[in-house]
Design a protein around this ligand. Structure first.
Ligand SMILES: [Zn+2]
Length: 441
């Protein structure tokens, strides 16, 4: 049994094991051919190889073939991870009112000995308001039943993942609230909203109206308050690590209750071995430079000194370019040094402000392509005194569990027993229902 007993960053579909996918998919793959063709073409684009998905169920060694294509057990890009994940999206589309996957996962998690989990359920953008209400209501009712049947030994909670597009997110938030209003049991188990969509092109700043709407609704109705769980700073293939760490700080400023991954905040640029530069959109670079200039006074107090003249010169040079153009940001020695001091200033500020980061050891090693585990951001977070929790993200597709994450923390990240005890204690203190300051619960 693991020291860790609470999952604060875990995705419902990400809990399905290869055997779950094979077993649950066996009865339905024939009806899903168009969706599975999409999975196969996306997979081919990511891996240069088209999977023979019919073989998964029609050949003797089909399960091994599925396992080989589906499990994400090595380092790879986010696009490659998504290509594996797509098999579940193809086989198990969200059908409002159908709680088969939810119940399967929650019962399996309970059987593993978990005591508490906040399961993130993706709300597809194609569901209309009425369908969202059915989807949320049925999922919440099923989770509440399992919660009651578990006699306090296992507390499942749900966080619905909504869109980073403001108009879409506002609509989804309202429909989710409507599904919960007047249902005390549903409100008890639905405790958060998650943002997990593609980060590129979605800086936190423009999302302010959506954050405000959620905070306002929470104040108006505290018993149903929903914590904001925000994936940020996890991917930086299309933007600089410096911009990504700024996004983490901005998401906290907007009032995110917990920050998912925040890899950029704890990753040393020098650890991105072989990456000498990145292409970043001109608009994003200009945003970053403008932000640096405005925040310069407090950043300087925290040790990050900015050459304002240099920033003005770069802004002037970029100002003439089309907004959809990109510019090269190099990761040379000077950039590595500057990134370190910006990171240090942001870490100090976020720590002082009580920010909370969810760190997922294996997920970050594999998707973040961190070659040396001793560069794992979690080590940096712990050293800075930042409030951090450990979770497994997508244990099924990574073929891990909390026990495995504990071993990674000990043997690869070299975290001490005392640190692990502290992390487990923190996991129990920052549940969504605690952070959103609900009343009467
Ligand atoms: Zn996640």
């Amino acid at each position: 049994m693991s020291l860790f007993t609470d999952e604060l960053h875990i995705h419902l579909y990400g809990c399905l094991s290869a055997m779950d996918v094979w077993t649950l998919g066996r009865d339905r793959y024939r009806k899903m051919s168009a969706r599975l063709d999409w999975y196969a073409s996306e997979y081919a684009a990511a891996y240069g190889r088209t999977p023979d998905y019919l073989h998964y169920w029609e050949q003797d060694h089909g399960f091994e073939l599925l396992q080989n294509d589906f499990l994400f057990t090595k380092h790879g890009s986010f696009a490659q991870f998504q290509a594996c994940f797509n098999l579940m999206i193809a086989l198990f589309p969200a059908v409002p009112g159908d709680t088969t996957i939810l119940e399967h996962v929650l019962k399996a998690q309970r059987a593993q000995g978990l005591r508490y989990g906040e399961y993130r359920c993706f709300t597809p953008p194609y569901l209309n308001d009425e369908q969202i209400m059915t989807f949320v209501g049925a999922a919440a009712d099923a989770a509440a039943r399992i919660d009651q049947d578990s006699g306090g030994q296992f507390k499942p909670r749900l966080a619905f993942s909504i869109s980073r597009d403001v108009a879409q997110g506002l609509r989804q938030h309202q429909a989710i609230r409507a599904a919960l209003m007047g249902h005390a049991e549903r409100q008890r188990v639905v405790t958060g909203l998650d943002f997990c969509g593609v980060e590129a092109g979605h800086p936190p700043g423009p999302m302010a109206p959506l954050f405000s709407a959620i905070h306002r609704a929470n104040q108006e109705h505290p018993p149903g308050a929903l914590a904001i769980l925000y994936h940020v700073g996890e991917s930086f293939d299309d933007m600089s690590v410096m911009s990504a760490m700024r996004w983490v700080w901005q998401a906290h400023q907007l009032g995110a209750h917990r920050l998912g991954h925040a890899t950029a905040l704890g990753l040393d640029l020098a650890a991105l071995a072989g990456t000498t530069h990145v292409r970043e959109g001109v608009a994003e670079r200009l945003d970053h430079l403008a932000w640096l200039e405005v925040q310069a006074p407090w950043l300087a107090q925290r040790g990050h000194l900015i050459d304002v003249q240099e920033i003005k010169a770069e802004r002037a040079r970029l100002a003439g370019l089309p907004v959809d153009a990109s510019t090269q940001v190099s990761y040379d020695e000077a950039a590595i040094t500057a990134a370190r001091s910006l990171q240090s200033a942001l870490l100090q500020d976020l720590t002082a402000a009580g920010a909370i980061v969810e760190s997922c050891p294996t997920s970050n090693l594999r998707i973040g392509r961190i070659a040396d585990p001793l560069h794992h951001p979690l080590i940096r977070f712990v050293a800075a005194g930042l409030t951090t929790v450990v979770s497994s993200d997508d244990p099924g597709i990574f073929a891990v569990d909390l026990d495995h994450e504990e071993r990674v923390c000990r043997s690869e990240l070299k975290l001490s027993d005392a640190v692990l005890q502290d992390l487990q204690a923190t996991n129990r203190e920052v549940w969504s229902e605690t952070l959103s300051q609900r009343q009467g619960f």
